[in-house]
Design a protein around this ligand. Structure first.
Ligand SMILES: [Zn+2]
Ligand SMILES: [Zn+2]
Length: 132
């Protein structure tokens, strides 16, 4: 099924067609910068099933890490769309908030719960992992 999404200002549009490999909530410290404070609600999809259909994203990599993640975001409005993560080659981790339709999201696992905050609520019945 084709899924479409965009950044807040609309300069970036994207779509993907492939299956959703996993659905996660990430509680790590880094994700709190990007999510605004809550766990980061993301899906993992194949990079080859994804394409930008409008605009060119800006990328960011930390220079102090040996294998940094590459973050794709809108340089106009700052919406963070997705991440390429070296531990997941060929995959993209896409934040669900920019998808036009994301009410189907059903997290299967909460990861990096070693960093979880007390105000973070983990849904009942999902896997709870200390790391990834
Ligand atoms: Zn934008
Ligand atoms: Zn995280």
């Amino acid at each position: 099924m084709k899924q479409t999404g965009r950044c807040y200002c609309g300069d970036l549009h994207y779509e993907f067609t492939g299956p959703v490999h996993s659905q996660i909530l990430c509680h790590c410290r880094e994700c709190r910068y990007l999510s605004g404070g809550s766990a980061n609600a993301s899906i993992v999809i194949a990079e080859e099933s994804f394409q930008w259909t409008k605009g060119e994203p800006k990328t960011y990599q930390r220079s102090d890490l040996e294998t940094p993640r590459t973050r794709f975001f809108c340089e106009n409005c700052g919406t963070h769309i997705c991440v390429k993560s070296p531990p997941r080659p060929g995959m993209l981790v896409l934040k669900i908030g920019s998808l036009d339709e994301h009410s189907w999201f059903k997290p299967e696992a909460a990861i990096y719960c070693c960093d979880k905050q007390e105000f973070h609520v983990i849904p009942e019945g999902i896997k709870v992992l200390d790391k990834a």
